[in-house]
Ligand binder design. Structure first.
Ligand code: IPD
Ligand code: CA
Length: 290
């Protein structure tokens, strides 16, 4: 699709400035530029950042100096380039823009480093995830792997792209042949529950992958590198960009029983196995527990 092929050109000329317009292609161009710069900030800081860590919800839920620095970097750029827009970020929460609302309201949704534990350990599975909502609907998103430079983009209604090439999800039709990615929360009681769900699922699928970044899991599903992905307990910043990439790559991205994806469950699967996986997750009460 031409519009996304052009994103690269827009960014290369440094003209990603989108003014106050809510036009999705321009927003995507700016998102790509910011995600690239943000990934550069995190990469450059890594050796210092991993000595400066704190914890959030539990002792295993870490935040490094780089998570905070990346969010500040993107926040400052947006305040400069698009002061009217709001920002929801993992570390600082919600920041309202100067615009009072009404049609064309833009909100950016940022996970500064998705896969922070991988970042901490030097594993090549962490990403900057940046999505853009217009009037409450995600219209554009980018996920950039901070180590490999792999980048996935999507524009609602215009497909999903990896490094400028269109991607499609898997065509698998049998759950027993499916490679399924998932993730776990940080709280021990939630993990114990998720482990029991996994014990029920594992005999029914080809295998399970736990790579450590929900945003990348969704993009890998979009590309057919895994067949499907599910997780309970995600926040919007974890899945906003990746879910659009997966949906635009042809996957069904849902919650349970026709609900939208959300904290209860995010399930991304090709049409050929979505129902089977969904029903098994319902039977295993995957959205239940703490
Ligand atoms: C986490 C990762 C992980 C998922 C967790 C998320 P973070 O995000 O996406 O894969 O299983 O649920 O919280 O903490 O690295 O930004
Ligand atoms: Ca995250």
């Amino acid at each position: 699709m031409a519009v996304q092929g052009e994103v690269t050109g827009v960014v290369a000329t440094g003209s990603g400035r989108a003014g106050g317009s809510a036009e999705p292609a321009g927003l995507l161009a700016l998102a790509v530029r910011l995600a690239r710069e943000a990934a550069g900030v995190a990469s450059a800081m890594r050796s210092a950042a991993i000595t400066d860590i704190a914890t959030k919800t539990t002792r295993t839920d870490v935040v490094t100096a780089a998570d905070v620095a990346v969010e500040r970097y993107v926040g400052a750029a947006l305040r400069r380039l698009r002061p009217g827009d709001s920002l929801l970020g993992e570390e600082a929460g919600e920041r309202a823009g100067t615009r009072a609302g009404g049609a064309g309201t833009v909100r950016w949704i940022l996970d500064p480093i998705d896969g922070t534990v991988n970042y901490l350990y030097g594993l090549p599975q962490w990403a900057v995830s940046l999505a853009v909502e217009v009037d409450g609907q995600v219209v554009a998103g980018v996920v950039r792997n901070g180590v490999t430079g792999q980048e996935w983009t999507a524009l609602r209604g215009h497909g999903a792209y990896h490094r400028g090439r269109p991607v499609r999800g898997s065509g698998v039709t049998e759950l027993g042949q499916a490679l399924v990615a998932t993730g776990f929360g940080y709280a021990p009681d939630r993990r114990a529950y998720q482990a029991r769900v996994l014990a029920g699922l594992l005999p029914a699928v080809r295998d399970i992958r736990r790579l450590g970044s929900a945003a990348l899991d969704l993009c890998l599903a979009a590309q057919g590198r895994v067949d499907a992905y599910f997780e309970k307990g995600l926040n919007l910043w974890d899945h906003a960009a990746g879910a659009l990439v997966a949906a635009e790559a042809g996957l069904r991205v849902t919650g349970l029983a026709g609900a939208a994806p959300g904290p209860e469950l995010v399930l991304a699967a090709p049409a050929g196995i979505h129902r089977q996986l969904h029903d098994l997750l319902v039977a295993l009460e995957a959205a239940g527990g703490p």
